[in-house]
Design a protein around this ligand. Structure first.
Ligand SMILES: *[C@@H]1O[C@H](CO)[C@@H](O)[C@H](O)[C@H]1NC(C)=O
Ligand SMILES: *[C@@H]1O[C@H](CO)[C@@H](O)[C@H](O)[C@H]1NC(C)=O
Length: 477
């Protein structure tokens, strides 16, 4: 893969615009219409009522996702800004600490919970939240949550060397060797020495994150070098994930699937029954939703006709106007689009390019059609039973740990895998147990050189990473 990063990072650009805006004394963004091109971020005062609402929302979601026994609350807003992006996107930096309220004892409102006084119980963290409000829908979404323990004051060091400028001479030989092996294995070249040093720095950070995931892993997964190891979390999200999916609560309600007739067998794998095509590669395009849906329809078509086809994602990228091509999409929309179009062409007839083109669909080339779509139950046993009886299932999850995953059954701590921040669509093709650890077998669309021959194995049974939240299937009559 040839990666170019010549573009100015959008966040940098926005910051520059914001500064220019402040210098010129431009008008506060709140008077602008809420639709259209993103505006520049606007700093907010701590007492802004809309900001406080967004903080409350983030706090609720944070507590829902954490494993801690006590309610944790925001103790201080460090900085906050908002940006108009099809609604309002808040970026909020806060300190968060434990209160004396036990989670089990509190429902909903916890404004009265008092903080622990002892530092060791307070466990202060600094968190960056991004909250996306769509006022006219009455909806809020937590786009991002990134927390780390606050550095105690006495050990805080002033870092004067800019992160990406320090000398590589300081690197350990081991890191450099790993990075060189990575570049060879994944065929990376960088346009300049500066770029290479920046990528090395990111690689080093990613190795630390992989180590953290590894040390807290509850399953059998191995995390470490992957083909995404030189990308920051934001780059990875922008290039490979699907921000639109976090709007899943906005999707139109779908028909519920009819319950399966039998309980789930102990294990099932549609790959052994010929219903799954080879692993594909979405490239640098947020089109996972299209791959998830074609994978499901390939299975449904196989179940109906006994023939396994490889179906076209590019048709959806180009012709599905309900979704946003490489900018993201929702399986529920894609089913509707396929019904309206009249079906899907094959991969050969309408091949994948990984960028949006003019729609080139011709109804004469339809190879498979669908008649409707259904939403599966949220219970993992019921999902398993439905899968075994009917075919591979389109699903979605929070993909944070996937950037670092190499093999094994992945069981990250819940805090790494907030079930409310779903950002990637995949295909459940089977399930079972490996050395006593229950798993979902997940067909991914990042090529065969990702994970275990293109597959990701996720712990099954605790609704991990929100895997149960958005399961669906097409129906072929
Ligand atoms: C490696 O990348 C270069 C360009 O960056 C490309 O020409 C070459 O085909 C790639 N090799 C492999 C094995 O992918
Ligand atoms: C299902 O859809 C196909 C293609 O649109 C159509 O020809 C067929 O009649 C439909 N089947 C049913 C039972 O509605």
């Amino acid at each position: 893969m040839d990666i170019k990063f010549s573009r100015c990072h959008p966040i940098t650009l926005c910051l520059i615009l914001a500064v220019v805006g402040m210098v010129l004394g431009l008008e506060d963004g709140s008077k602008q219409p809420l639709i259209g091109a993103p505006g520049a971020p606007v700093g907010l005062s701590e007492s802004d009522p809309e900001l406080l609402k967004a903080v409350k929302f983030a706090e609720q979601r944070y507590n829902t996702a954490s494993n801690g026994m006590h309610i944790r609350r925001v103790s201080k807003i460090i900085s906050a800004n908002k940006q108009l992006v099809k609604g309002v996107r808040y970026s909020i930096m806060v300190e968060i600490g434990s209160t004396q309220c036990k989670k089990s004892a509190v429902l909903g409102v916890f404004d009265d919970c008092e903080f622990f006084l002892e530092t060791n119980k307070l466990k202060t963290e600094v968190c960056l939240f991004e909250v996306w409000d769509i006022p006219w829908e009455g909806k809020s979404t937590l786009l991002k949550q990134k927390c780390q323990p606050a550095v105690p004051k006495e050990t805080k060091k002033v870092v004067s060397v800019p992160l990406y400028k320090s000398k590589p001479a300081l690197e350990s030989v081991e890191l450099l060797t790993q990075f060189k092996d990575f570049m060879v294995k994944y065929n990376r070249t960088y346009s300049s020495q500066e770029e290479a040093e920046k990528r090395l720095r990111i690689f080093q950070e990613n190795m630390k994150t992989a180590q953290t995931l590894q040390s807290l892993e509850q399953g059998s997964a191995e995390y470490g070098i992957t083909k995404f190891s030189d990308l920051t979390e934001d780059e990875f999200r922008m290039m490979y994930l699907n921000p639109l999916i976090s709007q899943w609560s906005l999707q139109k309600p779908m028909k519920p699937a009819s319950p399966s007739r039998n309980p789930a067998p102990d294990s099932w794998d549609w790959r052994e029954h010929g219903a799954v095509s080879p692993v594909k590669n979405q490239g640098m395009c947020g089109s996972c939703w299209a791959f998830s849906v074609t994978g499901n329809i390939e299975g449904q078509w196989f179940r109906k006709t006994g023939k396994l086809l490889s179906l076209s994602e590019q048709e959806l990228v180009d012709c599905d106007r309900l979704d946003q091509a490489c900018g993201g999409g929702l399986p529920s929309n894609a089913y509707e689009a396929i019904e309206n179009l009249g079906g899907l062409e094959t991969e050969t007839d309408y091949s994948y390019t990984g960028h949006k083109q003019n729609c080139d669909f011709s109804s004469g080339k339809v190879a498979a059609y669908i008649n409707s779509s259904v939403e599966l139950p949220k219970d993992e046993n019921e999902i398993a039973a439905w899968l075994a009886e009917n075919g591979p299932v389109s699903a979605a999850l929070n993909a944070f740990a996937m950037q670092f995953y190499r093999k094994g059954v992945s069981h990250p701590l819940k805090i790494f895998c907030n079930p409310w921040m779903i950002d990637h669509a995949v295909l459940l093709v089977g399930y079972g147990e490996r050395n006593g650890v229950p798993f979902w077998a997940i067909k991914n669309s990042w090529g065969e050189d990702y994970g275990e021959q293109g597959y990701y194995y996720l712990y099954r049974g605790s609704r991990l990473c929100g895997i149960n939240k958005m399961c669906s299937s097409a129906v072929v009559n």
